[in-house]
Ligand binder design. Structure first.
Ligand code: ADP
Ligand code: ADP
Length: 234
């Protein structure tokens, strides 16, 4: 079942007299239940592509359908709602608030979701933290948590609105190998439950945990294939 379809995306930046084609005719479909790893050298267009997929930026030209909805035709408020309710974001540097407990960090996206009653915030955030194995650290402050645990708080925050897709930009970039595998274990478990995962990584070893690898070069997709001998994080 097709979840996302982007076709003929072009993104051109003009600085002075120079034009940069950050994306140069990119088309990709992402099925529901996919676990996609995006790779490519620095400057190949990965961030630009993720920003468009995450509805943070528009292409210069091209089309974007999500669950059949024309994303590029939506206004700002509709996009904010779509981002809040359908997408969960995870970053390399965790981006959690320092003077705020794990539970409160995870509750934050609920403040922007009018579909969830305030009385349910605590339970939802608690369940999200349990699902990443942090049920016993809900009141911890970020500086009391390891890097891997902080990233798990960030994953719980991404999950709290029951997203269709998790978008992760180098989620293991600041973690050692063992902790990286623990994080991949969580993404694989979420993917097994039906959540679509789109992840950028520089590390081939991490990309192997995905179902499909896509490689960008000079604003184009030069490789798109199912991972042979996909690894399962244990
Ligand atoms: P990656 O994430 O793979 O490192 P980017 O998508 O960040 O690649 O960048 C792709 C190309 O577009 C690069 O040449 C980059 O310098 C250029 N680029 C990205 N964002 C901008 C911008 N806001 N203004 C001008 N050029 C940009
Ligand atoms: P990443 O490390 O994820 O590849 P980059 O360092 O390429 O990210 O880019 C970080 C941010 O800076 C992005 O939002 C990108 O759009 C912007 N950017 C990248 N290249 C340029 C550029 N040449 N001019 C202006 N902004 C840029």
């Amino acid at each position: 079942e097709n979840l996302i379809s982007v076709q003929n995306l072009i993104k051109t930046y003009i600085t002075g007299t120079t034009e940069v084609h950050a994306l140069n005719d990119v088309s990709l479909t992402i099925d529901k239940g996919e676990f996609l790893a995006i790779m490519g050298a620095s400057g190949s267009g990965k961030s630009t592509f993720m920003n468009i997929l995450g509805c943070l930026d528009n292409p210069t030209t091209g089309t974007y359908l999500m669950e059949g909805i024309d994303v590029l035709g939506r206004n700002r408020d509709e996009l904010a709602e779509l981002r809040n309710q359908k997408l969960g974001f995870v970053f390399q540097s965790f981006n959690i608030l320092p003077r705020t407990s794990a539970l409160e960090n995870v509750e934050l996206p609920l403040l922007y979701n009018s579909k969830i009653a305030v009385k349910d915030y605590g339970d939802r955030a608690m369940n999200a933290l349990k699902s990443v194995g942090l049920g016993d650290r809900v009141n911890a402050m970020p500086n009391e948590l390891s890097g891997g645990q902080q990233q798990r708080v960030a994953i719980a925050r991404a999950l709290v609105n029951d997203p269709v897709i998790i978008m992760a930009d180098e989620p293991t970039g600041n973690l050692d190998s063992r902790t990286s595998y623990e994080i991949m274990q969580i993404f694989q478990a979420l993917n097994d439950k039906g959540i679509t995962v789109v992840m950028v990584t520089h590390e081939p070893d991490i990309a192997q945990f995905a179902k499909t690898n896509v490689v960008f070069k000079d604003g184009k997709i030069i490789f798109n294939d199912t991972v042979k001998d996909r690894k399962i994080a244990t």
